[in-house]
Design a protein around this ligand. Structure first.
Ligand SMILES: NC(=O)c1ccc[n+]([C@@H]2O[C@H](COP(=O)([O-])OP(=O)(O)OC[C@H]3O[C@@H](n4cnc5c(N)ncnc54)[C@H](OP(=O)(O)O)[C@@H]3O)[C@@H](O)[C@H]2O)c1
Length: 244
């Protein structure tokens, strides 16, 4: 049977996999959640929007004769990853994750680890600072609980409503980012602390190097548990798995 692949995307790594899959001429669909107004174009047929939970995904897999699913979502997209795990299990479809090892602190880093976004909000208790929130727009409202800070919000799109934090600067910018650019951003806005998720991967690591170089503390939101699926680190390994 000719394989048909569903890539659950929304990351730099998923885009790299889509390129490799297209270059091999494999039959594949790329899936976006639809969070971003103008998602990056992919060299594969693309669909946008949720599937409708586990049952909806099972239905999609059957309707489109999907034989293999690659979960290349962001490591904080835990709901999608668990849905894919259960749907593939129930539908008898092969699943692999294109995973991104978590970042590890290096000499010179000043990371404060927190469990979740609420933990990051609590970690910001104290006098007013200039805070770079390198988080998605859906996470910004929680920081209204620490309104004393000036927040630099780096967002993929212009906000469709005024951000919930009273003092802010919006910087619309889409990764991948580089160290020189992130360092310049932190200096331009006088950033004193960085808040981010431990996403891992190459597209967003520059801010950590920039923070280290500038001696800035980082509030690091650690990952929630992900399902016990097969994991691969490179697009090449995923292609070998599909061919096998
Ligand atoms: N969370 C982050 O920090 C983050 C950062 C960068 C990029 N992203 C990307 O943004 C997207 C959404 O992330 P999230 O944290 O909101 O996800 P999530 O909380 O795990 O997922 C919530 C729901 O969104 C839908 N969904 C998520 N990813 C999808 C995909 N690739 N294709 C189709 N439907 C998808 C599913 O809806 P149904 O149940 O209806 O199927 C899922 O149940 C993901 O594609 C992820 O890779 C997330």
């Amino acid at each position: 049977m000719t394989p048909k692949l569903l890539i659950l995307g929304g990351t730099t790594e998923a885009s790299m996999l889509a390129r490799a899959v297209a270059d091999q001429g494999l039959d594949a669909v790329y899936s976006y959640a639809g969070r971003v107004a103008t998602p990056k174009a992919q060299p594969l047929p693309t669909r946008v929007g949720g599937f409708g939970g586990v049952d909806g995904l099972i239905h999609y897999l059957g309707e489109h004769n999907i034989s293999h699913v690659v979960d290349a979502t962001h490591p904080f997209a835990a709901q999608m990853s668990w849905n894919a795990y259960h749907a593939c299990d129930q539908a008898g479809v092969s699943l692999v994750a294109l995973s991104r090892p978590a970042w590890q602190a290096q000499a010179g880093d000043q990371w404060r680890h927190v469990e979740d976004v609420e933990g990051a909000v609590a970690a910001l208790a104290g006098p007013a600072k200039r805070v770079l929130l390198a988080l998605g727009k859906q996470n910004v409202p929680a920081f209204a609980a620490q309104p004393q800070h000036h927040y630099v919000l780096r967002l993929v799109d212009d906000p469709d409503a005024p951000p919930a934090v009273p003092n802010h600067t919006v910087v619309v910018s889409r990764g991948p980012f580089d160290v020189a650019g992130d360092r310049a951003l932190m200096e331009r806005y006088g950033v004193e602390v960085v808040v981010c998720k431990n996403s891992g991967g190459v597209g967003a690591e520059a801010k950590l190097t920039a923070a280290r170089e500038l001696g800035l503390p980082v509030v690091m939101i650690d990952r929630a548990p992900l399902p016990p699926r097969k994991e691969m680190a490179t697009a090449g390994a995923v292609l070998d798995w599909i061919r096998a």
